[in-house]
Design a protein around this ligand. Structure first.
Ligand SMILES: [Zn+2]
Length: 262
């Protein structure tokens, strides 16, 4: 089994499905509508509120990346107008950005794919067969992308769709991939968060535990990772207090719901 812990797993394939050959890329898509029910063609789907659905054990191929299916983990992402404000789904320039909750959810999936399958948490440069990392669907799409900020398939790149000119996942979403990689690397324990520079940092304390936690990249509904502060001499903790952060007490259940920083 290769199922991510804590997700809503609704398998659409089982034994007998085509197997992955190797694991090179996590590819981001935009779904062109809601993600509930989830997109069965992809491995994962994220909802605007941060919920994660998994439709396929990652031992099996998706059907979302055409010639890349043997080596690509596919994530579909909610962009439904009813949640993202009315937008023209026929206008490739109008695709909205990811919500903060989706950025966090996608980063968690990428961190899991790194630990489970060894996919590197770096930007995938293109769809060429040797390219690896976190990529996006347009990298494997032929089209007239001149008016867009990001181009399509490069020579020798794998073809990731039969639909000419598909803009998936939209310029706004593509431009958010560096933040997703940055968060994924922290969740995976590869990088330290920049505590002193992070304006969204909060110091919180549970109502049952006596430890204080530094919560990094906390936005409404999108708390990222927590770091236990064992004592008041911790450098990051002291720096935060010096910068005027107060310790806030919250229900222990809130702290328990935040993933630990490794
Ligand atoms: Zn796509």
């Amino acid at each position: 089994m290769a199922v991510m812990p804590g997700v809503d797993f609704r398998p659409v394939v089982g034994e007998g499905a085509l197997r992955m050959h190797r694991f090179d890329v996590v590819c981001l898509h935009t779904i062109g509508g809601p993600s509930d029910p989830p997109a069965g063609a992809a491995h994962f789907s994220t909802h605007a509120d941060g919920r994660i659905f998994q439709s396929r054990d990652t031992r099996f191929r998706s059907e979302a990346n055409a010639n890349g299916n043997h080596r690509v983990i596919a994530i579909e992402n909610d962009d439904a107008p009813k949640r993202f404000g009315s937008w023209n789904t026929d206008d490739g320039h109008a695709v909205p950005g990811f919500t903060p909750e989706q950025i966090q959810a996608i980063a968690r999936i990428c961190a899991w794919a790194h630990k489970e399958h060894g996919i590197p948490l770096v930007a995938c440069p293109d769809s060429r067969p040797g390219s690896r990392g976190i990529g996006y669907h347009r990298q494997g799409i032929d089209g007239n992308f001149g008016p867009f900020a990001f181009g399509g398939r490069v020579p020798d790149g794998e073809v990731w769709t039969e639909h000419f000119g598909k803009v998936c996942p939209g310029d706004r979403r593509i431009s958010q991939i560096p933040q997703i990689i940055k968060r994924a690397r922290i969740i995976a324990g590869l990088d330290e968060p920049e505590l002193e520079e992070d304006e969204d940092m909060q110091l919180i304390k549970g109502d049952r535990a006596d430890a204080v936690f530094v919560v990094v990249w906390s936005q409404p509904g999108a708390i990222a990772v927590r770091k236990r502060v064992p004592n008041e001499d911790d450098p990051g903790f002291k720096a935060a207090r010096a910068a005027g952060y107060a310790v806030r007490t919250v229900p222990q259940s809130v702290i328990d719901a935040i993933p630990d920083m490794h």
